[in-house]
Design a protein around this ligand. Sequence first.
Ligand code: SF4
Ligand code: SF4
Length: 90
Amino acid sequence: MSSSKMPIGGKIIKPGNAKEYKTGSWRNKKPVWDEKKCIHCLRCFLYCPDGAVKVKNGKVVGINYDYCKGCGICAKECPVKAIKMENELS
Ligand code: SF4
Ligand code: SF4
């Protein structure tokens, strides 16, 4: 999959092209998922505005850091604190 540069002014020049822009480089905090604490309620998946929570066979399997912008919504919504936000460079 290629990673395009955002056009000047953030114009959307063709529909359905979000996958071409790896927005993960915008992040300064990253969600760290703890598989042992996760009860697979999928709240993080439902609330993530970037579709960056990876799900396979109905279970969370990780975070797609190519697209995660580090907004922290997943960590806030997780009922068992299985996602923790950390500084990107730590
Ligand atoms: S930090 Fe935001 S963008 Fe990243 S996985 Fe969580 S909800 Fe999605
Ligand atoms: S919200 Fe928390 S417990 Fe629910 S699936 Fe996501 S990480 Fe797992």
